[in-house]
Design a protein around this ligand. Structure first.
Ligand SMILES: NC(=O)c1ccc[n+]([C@@H]2O[C@H](COP(=O)([O-])OP(=O)(O)OC[C@H]3O[C@@H](n4cnc5c(N)ncnc54)[C@H](OP(=O)(O)O)[C@@H]3O)[C@@H](O)[C@H]2O)c1
Length: 299
């Protein structure tokens, strides 16, 4: 049987690299980082898709710097919305599945419950607005799409909060961490596992209803609690850095100078995805613990 062909965009990023190394080997793949294929270059994008003729496109390319998006609105929208719109219109005519990623930042975080896929969106910042606009363009195109909204992504490849905390703790005795934003960290490892399952289902004609799915593990935490957990794991794991005496001070996001508005509740309800998968997603600390241990040991 001929293998399914999967084309991955944005393969130089945190998630893109995870996919590059851990995507199922049961498919033929082609990976493009920004250097090889800028998704705002429509002619090249069209050309690469026509040449490879994939059954699935995974779009891990995005303008993800929340602070920079405020001053670079045009660029953020160009990558997160316009190019996504072009891509989805192009593939709608070709019967190709699009697997795309969006964010908890499409919500304003003012509700107390976890956000469901059907809850009202109301982004607080340019990044969130550009990602929401991308979602809408995909839906309007009527292509076959799965949008995974995820939150607080971390992984082996790329910069993330956990790495920052460990690195700061090497040189500082006290750090301040935001304690009034709740959410859940999602590992690129988990995202890749779910994508592999989706690809397997597509290859076996096991139908997924096109739509938005919240892809996050179970549980909840705050940045402050996560920093405490990093310090706890690190002090058990290594005497090299003085994690035991590290003072972690809780602060409000409002106290951080020049901060872009972020939702205070980033919790996404993952029930729809769990029902589709027919298994319970792990608790966030199941992937978190081995990740932190590995990072501490290697650094
Ligand atoms: N990181 C998070 O906490 C988080 C949370 C929720 C949702 N998400 C979503 O998850 C997805 C993956 O995020 P990530 O953490 O892997 O982000 P990332 O590490 O910033 O990766 C995004 C990649 O896209 C590339 N890119 C930017 N503009 C491009 C363009 N015009 N053409 C092609 N590639 C381009 C970036 O290259 P350069 O770096 O060279 O610009 C980068 O390699 C994104 O859709 C993001 O919105 C992320």
């Amino acid at each position: 049987m001929q293998k399914l062909k999967v084309l991955v965009l944005g393969s130089g990023g945190q998630l893109g690299k995870e996919l590059k190394y851990n995507l199922t080997k049961n498919v033929s793949t082609i990976f493009f980082d920004k250097e090889k294929l800028d998704i705002t270059n429509y002619d090249l994008l069209k050309n690469k898709i026509n040449n490879f003729d994939p059954s699935i496109i995974i779009n891990a390319a995005a303008f993800t710097n929340v602070n920079k998006a405020e001053e670079n609105k045009k660029e953020a929208f160009s990558v997160n919305s316009d190019a996504v719109g072009f891509l989805s219109n192009l593939i709608a005519k070709k019967d190709i599945w699009l697997i795309h990623f969006s964010t908890d930042y499409v919500f304003d975080g003012e509700q107390n419950l976890k956000y469901k896929e059907s809850d009202v969106t109301k982004p607080l910042n340019v990044y969130g607005m550009s990602k929401l606009s991308g979602e809408k363009k995909i839906i309007e195109s009527c292509c076959k799409y799965i949008i995974f909204r995820t939150s607080w992504v971390y992984g082996e490849y790329g910069n993330n909060f956990i790495k920052k905390i460990v690195d700061i703790a090497k040189t500082q005795k006290k750090i301040s961490v935001v304690s009034d934003q709740k959410g859940v960290p999602t590992s690129t490892y988990l995202i890749c596992r779910i994508i592999n399952k989706l690809i397997q289902d597509i290859s076996m004609d096991n139908f997924w209803t096109p739509g938005i799915y919240h892809l996050v593990p179970n549980g909840r935490t705050t940045w402050f609690e996560m920093a405490q957990e990093v310090a706890r794991i690190a002090s058990d794991e290594s005497v090299k850095y003085n994690f035991k005496n590290l003072i972690i001070e809780p602060i409000s996001n409002n106290r951080r100078s020049n901060e872009v508005k972020r939702p205070r509740n980033s919790l996404l309800c993952n029930k729809k995805l769990q029902i589709k998968l027919n298994f319970t997603l792990p608790n966030w600390n199941e992937d978190f613990l081995p990740f932190v241990i590995k990072y501490i040991r290697n650094n």
